[in-house]
Design a protein around this ligand. Sequence first.
Ligand code: SF4
Length: 330
Amino acid sequence: MELWNSYRSYLQRRFGCAVYRIGVDGGFSCPNRDKDGHGGCSFCDGTGAVAVYHRKKESSFHHDSLYDDSVANSLLPRLDSIESQIERGREFLMRRYHAEGFSLYFQSFTNTYDSADNLRAIYDRALSTGTYKEFIVSTRPDVLPDDVVDLLASYASPEMDVWVELGLQSASDYTLRAIGRGHDSACYADAAARLHDKGIKVSTHIIIGLPGEGRDDFMRTVEMVNSVRSEGVKIHNLHVPGGTRMADEYLDGDFTISSEERYLDDAELVLRRLSPDTIIQRLVCETPMHRLIAPRVFPDKSLFLSRLRRQMEEHGTRQGDLYGCGEEDS
Ligand code: SF4
């Protein structure tokens, strides 16, 4: 019996086969990193999330510029790059895992930060490269105008689900201001509601152990994820990449990073408080070591997950067994 509602099992139930994500960097920027913005999230090193098979090509796109005509003019090379990335990703996943089912995942930076016309061209080209079980777009909650939500919803079909991954990180507006997110929690709730109205599934990114936050704070974040009925959640312990404002704060001693033992307890509690229906899409962050200031000592993903399973078996706990309970009992 599974102790939490794993993404892998969900995909097997939903599609009858193992499904693998092909990650794509669409060459998008981020409004929060623009020159007239707020300098980006304090933990953002400007590299963006990339799939392992693209890592040697990190930063091949320039991501920091404001949206302007030069972006539109550079659309054709972006489309060509997207096609070759998908081809490389598919080959890697077939070679490594004998993958047969695929999802298409726009992963890096803010993947709705463009005009609806450009987005349509980019998404259409990507989706023309094959048959996909899921079309997944990662973005910020404040970059989802209604015409873009309508565009995303237009891709959904009985054979392919559309997901939007929303960065929330914390339900505390104080924390969101402190880490420079550039949006508040109400913006996230509104985006999730508008996506759900159009039949789009929502996955929420949250961070456990943000500076100044204790268990009461991230339990409120979990309650918010429950209250908007986010279908999926991506959770991870705080990582501090080098060259960031947060790295300066960490090196100044402004906050500490959770040990493995602390995060095991926190992750267990988060799982217990989440709805049992929420799909757990991530529990550990895998920032490459060469980009990471802290934590420097932490087990790899499979070891951490096996320790978490063992701890929950010993405690007799499982996802959702405290769902709806107001008080922490562990
Ligand atoms: S929203 Fe993402 S890309 Fe933009 S500044 Fe924050 S972490 Fe960086």
